[in-house]
Design a protein around this ligand. Structure first.
Ligand code: SF4
Length: 335
């Protein structure tokens, strides 16, 4: 059977587009490389800015019609275009045929261990944003004192020439504010600091959250880039930075440092993008494909992209774009 659309990636973008295309009467198949649908959002405890439960968002998105075929633990080994159809060979030797392809392969989080000066992987008290969400889900009382000092470090692997990523990851400022508040909710006596370069609170309700973090939770925001993290003999974490507003050096001893790892492209997907002539932006490594113009781009006719494959986005932005791309695919299939 020929699918109308084969969706590669079972995160929020792929799931939303699958539902929309299915409700428009199209035969859809999803290919997901892991053993479950939901993408990276399922690793998150609550979502900004309203602390909605990510589990319910994932449950809604994965509540799919039985008409939609799903291939878990599957990757695309090869893809060829013949007679206007795409022929795919999957890692489980299954073959699929489709009239169009939607790439929703998402993003990766920057590997914080590459920032050697922060000691991630060496110091127990240095965690990433994702590690902290994992702890919130599995053991929110993971700190064994009731008044810990916790320092959040923004822009880890983003806006960083040394890391090779000059782009802003867009969502980590507000994520840091959300997580800082959550630390205060679990540990009301905690001392919490955020070291930032700029605070990018662009979305509705984000600025309110930032103001609330200061006024209700007494979270301290320090404009400064952290130069080094080290550990004392007592396993305390020492954060060295410069306050760029006062130009004074700062040395802060804490129990935990949380690295806000940025959003980066998933390079393992580049061979597939090449096969489908999806161009990669030479500056940030995300897809160059303008989703809304795909119909005009004959080079990649029948190939569409949505979600964070095209750059950092919030979940509402991903869902809106996925709906829009689903309409573009519908229009393409109806020609
Ligand atoms: S959103 Fe904030 S923390 Fe993230 S890269 Fe942009 S400025 Fe840095």
């Amino acid at each position: 059977m020929v699918n109308d659309t084969i969706i590669i990636g079972g995160g929020p973008a792929g799931l939303k587009a699958a539902s929309s295309l299915n409700s428009l009467g199209h035969k859809v198949t999803i290919i997901e490389k892991t053993e479950v649908l939901g993408g990276q959002i399922k690793n998150w405890y609550k979502l900004f800015p309203d602390f909605s439960d990510s589990y319910s968002v994932v449950s809604n998105l994965t509540n799919l019609s039985s008409d939609i075929s799903i291939n878990l633990n599957s990757t695309v080994l090869d893809v060829q275009k013949e007679n206007g159809h795409f022929n795919l060979l999957l890692s489980n030797n299954k073959r699929l045929k489709g009239k169009s392809i939607l790439l929703t392969t998402g993003f990766s989080l920057y590997d914080a261990s590459k920032k050697e000066e922060y000691g991630y992987g060496f110091y127990k008290g240095v965690l990433t944003n994702k590690d902290l969400e994992h702890n919130f889900i599995n053991n929110p009382k993971f700190i064994d004192i009731d008044n810990p000092t916790v320092v959040f470090i923004h822009c880890v692997g983003s806006r960083d020439h040394k890391a090779g990523n000059m782009h802003c990851s867009k969502v980590c400022c507000v994520t840091a504010v959300k997580q800082a508040i959550e630390i205060k909710q679990f540990y009301p006596k905690a001392n919490v600091y955020c070291f930032y370069m700029d605070l990018r609170m662009f979305g509705r309700g984000y600025e309110d959250l930032y103001l609330k973090a200061q006024s209700e939770y007494n979270i301290k925001f320090i404009r400064g880039r952290v130069s080094e993290i080290s550990e004392t003999f007592e396993n305390k974490i020492v954060v060295k930075a410069e306050d760029t507003l006062s130009s004074k050096p700062i040395k802060l001893t804490s129990d935990y440092a949380i690295l806000m790892s940025g959003i980066v492209p998933t390079k393992e997907n580049f061979p597939l993008f090449n096969k489908l002539s999806v161009s990669i932006n030479s500056s940030d490594g995300f897809s160059n494909e303008p989703s809304f113009n795909n119909l005009l781009n004959l080079k990649t006719e029948g190939v569409f992209t949505a979600g964070c494959i095209n750059g950092p986005k919030t979940i509402p932005e991903v869902l809106t774009e996925s709906d829009s791309v689903a309409l573009s695919i519908h229009s393409f299939l109806s020609r």
